[in-house]
Write a protein that binds this ligand. Structure first.
Ligand code: SF4
Length: 463
């Protein structure tokens, strides 16, 4: 007798995964928020749609830092509404007036949240585009792994160590959008750093609103890393990250460091490192050189003698690259104060500099200050400032010609590779263009002999 075949279950086609479109605007801190939301979306089985039309719903992560960013965010929301119709807004601009600002401009958005609000965004997504109830997609897919979705290339990653800011600079509305400082537990930061390095990241970029203030809010609480106590403080974090980076043959770069005295400890560490570890690179937003303007700006660590400090840092670590940003045309800035700023620039010989002409941001207390500088004069000062800095930058880069540098290869461009040295942060600084570099693997380190320099970039040949 023949055995009866076992009954087979009717095959059903799996339901298509819900698709979310994602627009990410703003600074590296906002990018990290986007990565966290995308990670959770992917972990729950949503797919990320490459176009508005192919999406069931769109999330727009906004920026509200300056008026141009506000305009860009509002028009991105408008475009997503026109092309798709179902839009959830998150990010800094979402926090403005508790969401009322966005709702007034775009009443049809489905939900509005502030920055660093992955859980609220996910709740809104669940409400308007329910996830698939499948026990398998509720698990983190292997492709997401421990590091989550990254929006940067595979070989570098932003490591956000805190959220918000305790300062109240008069030109800035970030504290009203992102709240006071909340430091992430140091053990959690270190675990994330190690997961990123294990996944092949070669450069960690430490970001926050004020890296020097890390741990102030938790009174430098002691956390744990690899079973050992570790204080939640910038010096300890930089030291631990440097050791970890050496272990993995990677770089660590510090951004948004204010010149508090304890920064000197990190400079000593930078001086001691070789080709891996804590890079001799400091991103210090000085913003101005006039003590009176700095006071009007209510800048943190407003020391009278930043020049003395810069000289001491360079004496301790001659290979140090200093990047900074400045604002010219701040309300009340006199001709003499602007000239003093140019003098500071000539004396300080900073390596990398960004400059903004002051622009009144809606909600900033500096708007109420007397004696606004006329638009044309602000622009003229910005142009003079940048011309002064360009000559300094060209002079400093020229000194590198003839030297051999370690670089991290970012991409290929025809027969050339584009890379960055320790002196170049991604997106904001220059490049090292390597002729005959097409064979150099992307995301790996290379040695380059520098043969040419322009105002912002270097060029060279593989060694
Ligand atoms: S330090 Fe000043 S400029 Fe920076 S986020 Fe805080 S308030 Fe804004």
């Amino acid at each position: 007798m023949m055995a009866k075949p076992a009954p087979t279950r009717p095959r059903t086609r799996p339901a298509p995964a819900p698709r979310v479109g994602f627009v990410s605007l703003g600074c590296p801190k906002a990018l990290v928020d986007s990565e966290q939301i995308l990670t959770r979306l992917s972990a729950e089985g949503y797919t990320i749609a490459p176009s508005y039309g192919g999406a069931d719903l769109v999330v727009v992560n906004t920026c509200g830092f300056i008026d141009a960013a506000v305009d860009e965010s509002l028009s991105a929301i408008g475009e997503a509404l026109a092309e798709n119709g179902k839009v959830i807004v998150t990010g800094c601009l979402g926090a403005k007036d508790g969401g009322a600002f966005i709702r007034a401009a775009h009443p049809k958005v489905l939900a509005v949240t502030g920055p660093h609000a992955a859980s609220e965004v996910m709740a809104a997504v669940h409400e308007h585009l329910p996830k698939l109830h499948d026990p398998f997609v509720d698990l983190l897919p292997p492709s997401i792994g421990k590091i989550g979705v990254k929006l940067t290339p595979k070989h570098y990653a932003y490591l956000k160590i805190s959220e918000g800011c305790n300062h109240r600079c008069t030109f800035c509305i970030i504290p009203s959008l992102r709240g006071d400082l909340v430091s992430r537990p140091i053990g959690e930061v270190m675990v994330e750093a190690e997961n990123l390095l294990k996944a092949g990241v070669r450069e960690l970029l430490v970001v926050s609103q004020d890296t020097s203030a890390y741990g102030v809010d938790v009174r430098y609480r002691t956390g744990f890393w690899r079973g050992r106590p570790l204080k939640t403080r910038m010096t300890e974090l930089a030291t631990a990250l440097a050791a970890l980076a050496v272990e993995y043959g990677a770089w660590v770069r510090l951004h948004y460091v204010y010149p508090y005295p304890h920064v000197d400890d990190s400079i000593a560490l930078m001086a001691a490192e070789g080709d891996a570890g804590l890079l001799p690179y400091l991103d210090v937003p000085f913003q101005h050189a006039s003590p009176r303007i700095l006071k009007l700006m209510k800048r943190p660590a407003n020391v009278e003698n930043n020049l003395k400090r810069i000289r001491a840092w360079r004496a301790a670590c001659p290979q140090l690259t200093i990047r900074s940003t400045f604002i010219v045309g701040f309300p009340g800035e006199t001709d003499a104060e602007f000239e003093a700023l140019l003098e500071f620039l000539s004396e300080a010989q900073l390596d990398r500099v960004g400059c903004f002409a002051y622009s009144p941001v809606d909600g900033a207390t500096a708007n109420a200050l007397p004696d606004p500088v006329p638009d044309a004069l602000r622009e003229e000062r910005r142009a003079r400032f940048m011309a002064t800095q360009e000559a300094i930058s060209a002079h400093r880069l020229k000194r590198r010609v003839g030297s051999t540098l370690t670089v991290l290869v970012d991409t290929h461009e025809g027969a050339r590779a584009l890379a960055r040295s320790a002196a170049d942060a991604p997106e904001i600084d220059g490049n090292v263009a390597i002729d005959n570099g097409a064979e150099l693997p992307i995301g790996e380190f290379a040695r380059v002999r520098i043969t040419g320099a322009s105002a912002h970039d270097l060029s060279g040949l593989p060694v």
